[in-house]
Design a protein. Structure first.
Length: 134
């Protein structure tokens, strides 16, 4: 029984890890598209006086918000699924608040990690080239 639990735990951990990587790559792709579509806006902001760190902060905040909203929706879906399973099958379920907080923090950390490259790319744009971009 213990060996089976260990195998199941490792399998679930591997699935969660792959899911986090795939989700992070999705966030990075969305942010790269956002940077590309908003190149003129970035150029205008930099021409008016915004510093690179302001642009970096803007896009990192956007990435963290995106991943935190996704994490929050995932947490809500997990809690709802837990309640539904508990009521339909009469299984006792336990929703640990520490796990919920950890899931939310990991979600935000994924946003920071995978959103850093697009944010850095946006913050390093040359204002003149960004204004010419079409």
């Amino acid at each position: 029984m213990t060996a089976t639990q260990k195998v199941m735990r490792m399998l679930l951990l591997a699935i969660a890890f792959v899911s986090l990587i795939v989700g992070g790559i999705g966030i990075m792709n969305i942010m790269l598209v956002s940077v590309t579509e908003r190149t003129r806006e970035i150029g205008i902001r930099m021409a008016v006086g915004a510093k690179g760190r302001d642009i970096l902060t803007q896009f990192l905040t956007e990435a963290v918000t995106l991943s935190a909203v996704g994490g929050g929706l995932g947490i809500a879906a997990g809690i709802a699924a837990s309640w539904i399973l508990a009521s339909v099958n009469h299984w006792p379920t336990l929703t640990d608040p520490q796990s919920i907080v950890l899931a939310f923090v990991v979600s935000a950390a994924i946003g920071i990690f995978f959103g850093f490259y697009p944010a850095q790319k946006a913050s390093r744009l040359d204002p003149i080239d960004a204004l010419r971009y079409e």
